[in-house]
Design a protein around this ligand. Structure first.
Ligand code: FPP
Ligand code: MG
Ligand code: MG
Length: 374
């Protein structure tokens, strides 16, 4: 099939690998301490969308057909068995993180290290959700009570830290310094994005005025909190596959543009969908004082929104007024258009890849990002 067939089911292309994802993640999260074990695995129970590992696996398969780098980047065999880390095995003899399984694949297949990368990506994402739900005082996630509600803030934060720790161990075991650096940077970027989000604009004025910089600040924040993980794990997938620099850069560009489109759609759905449809609280952003893309576009046309942005929609009636103004404006439509722009750039980035089902799957992921409603 060529890339003209846009109706390939992305999940089917990597179904074999996706089937083991949750089980493998749960193995990475085993702890001898029963309540830590329960809290750490909590968000792996409800079926998440697993968008990030799906993208990593599709990227791994699609780039396996691309040109290889002139020289192998490393000589160490990443899959040689590693003796269990003493500290971990002391505390947790039952289930220490394991090395990626031995490589019995053909060159065009997804490598064990790339499968492990997909798991690590989902672990970092899930850790960020555990922390995010504490920060956002969220009460539901994936259609169930949030971890902070179920276990309390302290255990939810610690569970997130534990996920990051186990993700780091698994990452180190890939024995690829550049990939470790990329994913470590992602963790820092998530925190940077979340810090930027504590403010709606670069300055801290009481009555801010909409400028070009307002949207730039929002997009920078969006890159850090969402697109960094997707783009850098796509880059890491190509690196692990040993592809040439142009392919590595294309994988990164795909992930970056898809990640930006993904968050723009997320911010749009917060205005247009119900709690039930999302499986998490809708309309949460204004309640949290956040001015996302739909509001920023509305603000551009209605300067009076500046005062509300400045006080983070904190006064009685602010949230309702802002929501009404956004829905009256073309903010939703402009957000959708910008998301479409990024999705098209994502598709353009991988245009040079040889035709394959996996490439079609990546294209379909970009198309689906725009169509999704949860
Ligand atoms: C979801 O956003 C949250 C994120 C994309 C990232 C959150 C990052 C942190 C809390 C930083 C610290 C965490 C780690 C692991 C380093 P959202 O609140 O807009 O989405 P939601 O509607 O799904 O809650
Ligand atoms: Mg949140
Ligand atoms: Mg948040």
């Amino acid at each position: 099939k060529g890339s003209s067939d846009l109706h390939v089911d992305p999940l089917r292309v990597v179904a074999k690998e996706m089937k083991f994802l949750t089980g493998n993640i749960r193995k990475l999260l085993g702890s001898g301490h029963p309540s830590l074990d329960r809290a750490a695995k909590y968000y792996t129970q409800a079926e998440g969308k697993h968008v990030r590992p799906l993208i990593v696996l599709l990227m791994s398969r699609a780039t396996s057909l691309c040109p290889q780098a002139p020289q192998p980047r490393r000589t160490a065999a990443i899959d040689t068995p590693i003796s269990p880390l003493s500290i971990l095995s002391d505390v947790n003899p039952s289930s220490p993180p394991t090395s990626p399984p031995a490589d019995t694949t053909t060159p065009q297949d997804i490598l064990p290290s790339q499968r492990r990368l997909a798991e690590i990506t989902e672990l970092i994402h899930t850790a960020s959700l555990l922390h995010d739900d504490v920060i956002d005082h969220s009460v539901s996630r994936r259609g169930a009570p949030s971890a902070n509600l179920e276990f309390g803030n302290k255990m939810a934060v610690l569970a997130g830290d534990f996920l990051l720790g186990r993700a780091s161990v698994a990452l180190a075991r890939l024995r690829d310094a550049e990939v470790v650096e990329l994913l470590a940077t992602v963790i820092a970027n998530l925190v940077e994005g979340e810090f930027m989000q504590l403010r709606n604009t670069a300055s801290d004025e009481r009555n801010p005025v909409y400028t070009e910089e307002t949207l730039t600040y929002y997009l920078q924040k969006t890159y850090l909190k969402t697109a960094s993980l997707i783009s850098k794990s796509c880059r890491a997938a190509a690196l692990l596959g040993g592809t040439d620099e142009a392919t590595v850069d294309a994988a990164y560009a795909y992930g970056k543009n898809l990640g930006l489109a993904f968050q723009l759609v997320d911010d749009m759905l917060d205005y247009t969908r119900s709690n039930k449809e999302l499986g998490k609280p809708a309309g949460a952003d204004l309640e949290l004082g956040l001015a996302t893309a739909p509001l920023l576009f509305a603000w551009k046309a209605m300067p009076e929104l500046g005062a509300l942005v400045g006080r983070k929609f904190a006064e009685e009636g602010d949230v309702e007024l802002a929501r009404d103004l956004v829905l009256q404006s073309d903010g939703i439509e402009q957000t959708r258009a910008l998301a479409q722009d990024y999705a098209e750039q994502a598709i353009a980035a991988i245009a040079p890849f040889p035709d394959s089902e996996a490439k079609d799957g990546l294209i379909e992921m970009a198309v689906k990002t725009l169509k999704r409603n949860k």
